[in-house]
Design a protein around this ligand. Sequence first.
Ligand code: 6PG
Length: 244
Amino acid sequence: MKRELKIFDNLNDISDFAVKKWTELSEKAIKDSDRFSVALSGGKTPVTLYRKLSKVQDLPWNKTDIFIVDERFVPPESDDSNFRMIREVLLDHISIPAENIHSVTTLNISLHDAALQYEREIRISFGISDDAVPSFDLILLGIGDDGHTASLFPAGSELNELNRLILSVNPPDITRSERISMTFRLINNAKNIIFLSTGADKSIVIKEVIEDRNSTLPAALVNPRKGDLIFLFDNEAASLLATQ
Ligand code: 6PG
């Protein structure tokens, strides 16, 4: 596993770098296996990246499979829906076959069944058996100021999940909506993981994630067994790191 940390002046530069990386990884994946599988996070930070990607029409979108790292259990038209943001900013602007887009069903289904159904959809798309774990070409993650990543929150029982690929999650803060999230079993099997994070409000938690090897914060538990891990921060998010 290769672990890399890159610090930029602003979110625009982070996003330009991430577009370059996405392009390289998609070329490699398609050369190796004729498909490129990515899982996208919600939140605010990746919006600039998705907007930039939406303008790159010559990416191999017809061979790109797009999944969601985590979803809030809200109707698809809700302002809180991660898929809605990704659709409006990226998917509505590119030529991608509908069957390449894998969103989480949140209507007319229970939270528990939505997680099971999404896990099944991932297995079918990767064509793998019930005990195998798919290996995404790229997973994009963010970091919450409490150290959560995906919808895996500090001290949550989901952190120790050894069997499932997708779980339903009740966030510790009950004002937040229920979630569906990829587990570490799935995340840590990725070929490439890129974290994007900006702003001074993330700096304390980023210091712990990067410098404390014993940290139990969810973002610190991201550790792709066979893959590469890249952290992309702006100066403010990285401001407390010992090595900059
Ligand atoms: C979500 C996310 C979540 C996000 C972090 C960071 O659904 O909210 O997938 O894990 O990546 O909360 O969010 P920001 O990018 O807004 O800081």
